[in-house]
Design a protein around this ligand. Structure first.
Ligand code: F0G
Length: 405
């Protein structure tokens, strides 16, 4: 890999301040063990906002790692859709990415880096979307892909995608938290990538998160700085990445404030809410929710997520499974199809409006993280089958022409 790839960055510990020269292998602080931040060095960055080229994630290459091999499928540039039913809100529809979730923004950067440093393959633990995305981008790069999944805990669409793209699937007992532990214990030693054959692309990897921060750049280009951004939180990487994107634009003098970041969790899997309220560690032992993508009890990025909410003036809130499924339906009836976890952002917004945490005039962006087709079982279970069986044209005529339908 050329030395230019990460040359605009240093790796810095957000807890003890220790700094390491940017490289693809060190993920945790060698001194205190915290996950390291990839920090852009302002005088190494040159960006001319007015003359940005292309579309998608690589439009912002000036603010991203620049690996030699770029593995891209046009991810990013997702629609920002005005919500009709509630307040002053827009839905950032990440389901429109190549594999149907925001993970593709991260994987285009992460897999490009893996390909450039010359590894045999990539490895991830996943509740499904990371697996689908890693599998697709690895396939495109000609790399092997190992996905470690909680047995029985992954929605069928995502499992099918990982199979389609030729990933090696390993199932483990327990939840995502167990799967992640298997992966990190296998490939990381003291936060340093040990087995360079399989490069880890979970969100502990700061370079993958660099891709995800482009969500913030696109929002700013389209509608300026919103007042609030609602993000469904599982492992906590995405809320941090989006906040980091806004903060970098502020540091570069492109915007003058950062939106309040609101992390939304499902009631049965809300370790960040617990921590936020001062009720103990960011940890829930037996996470439960219908939203399998965010069924996570030990968010590895808890400190990153915490900083995003705290330093933006935001917070963490929780919603019930019922509120999530209602919000999924509300979006569905507006033509926007999301999986349950993604509907948590609207569920959180509805609750925040009701509780007066947010004013209906505030400009809000709801991150809709993954596509409805990811979880077909949730769609079929949640909407009732109102199909009418007929067997003659006359019956259809009777229904349609006589308005009986
Ligand atoms: N929404 C969806 C649809 C997700 O798949 C995830 C995470 C999140 C929200 C939460 O993002 O973890 O950065 O806080 N899915 C991971 C996976 C865990 O394996 O696909 P986060």
């Amino acid at each position: 890999m050329s030395s230019r790839a990460l040359s605009k960055y240093i790796l810095k510990c957000p807890r003890c301040g220790f700094e390491v020269e940017a490289n693809p292998y060190v993920m945790r602080c060698p001194r205190c063990g915290e996950l390291l931040d990839a920090v852009l060095i302002a005088d190494r960055v040159r960006i001319n906002w007015g003359s940005l080229r292309d579309r998608g994630v690589w439009r912002y290459r000036d603010l991203l790692p620049e690996p030699d091999n770029v593995i891209t499928m046009g991810e990013g540039s997702t629609p920002l859709i005005r919500l009709r039913g509630y307040g002053n809100a827009y839905v950032k529809f990440e389901g429109a990415n190549p594999t149907g979730s925001f993970k593709d923004r991260g994987m285009t950067v992460g897999v490009s880096l893996a390909s450039s440093i010359g590894v045999r393959g990539v490895i991830v633990a996943s509740t499904g979307n990371t697996a689908a995305s890693a599998a697709a981008y690895a396939a495109r790069a000609g790399l092997e892909c190992v996905v470690v999944l909680p047995k029985g805990g992954v929605a069928r669409g995502k499992l099918g995608q990982a199979m389609l793209h030729g990933a090696r699937i390993v199932e483990v007992p327990g939840t995502f938290d167990n799967a992640l532990e298997y992966v990190l214990e296998t490939v990381l030693s003291n936060g340093h990538v040990e087995d360079a054959h399989y490069y880890p692309l979970n969100s502990i990897n700061p370079w993958r998160l660099e891709g995800q921060k482009t969500i913030a750049f696109e929002i700013v280009e389209e509608i300026g700085v919103p007042d609030y951004v609602f993000v469904p939180v599982g492992n906590g990487g995405n809320i941090y990445a989006i906040w980091k994107g806004f903060r970098e634009l502020m540091e570069l003098g492109i915007i003058d404030r950062v939106p309040r970041m609101i992390g939304v969790q499902a009631e049965g899997a809300a370790p960040m809410v617990r921590y936020w309220r001062g009720l103990g560690e960011a940890r829930v032992d037996n996470p439960r929710t219908v939203a399998s993508a965010i069924r996570i009890g030990k968010p590895v990025n808890w400190f990153r997520a915490y900083r995003a909410a705290k330093y933006s003036g935001g917070m963490f809130i929780e919603v019930s499974d019922e509120e999530i499924l209602t919000a999924q339906k509300v979006l569905g009836r507006e033509g926007i199809g999301v999986e349950p976890a993604s509907a948590a952002s609207l569920a959180g917004y509805i609750r925040a409006l009701r509780e007066g945490l947010v004013d209906a005039r505030d400009k809000v962006v709801l991150i809709a993280t993954g596509h409805a087709l990811k979880d077909p079982d949730a769609l079929l279970a949640g909407n009732g089958n109102n199909a009418i069986s007929i067997s003659s044209i006359d019956e259809l005529k009777a229904l349609v022409i006589n308005g009986k339908i």
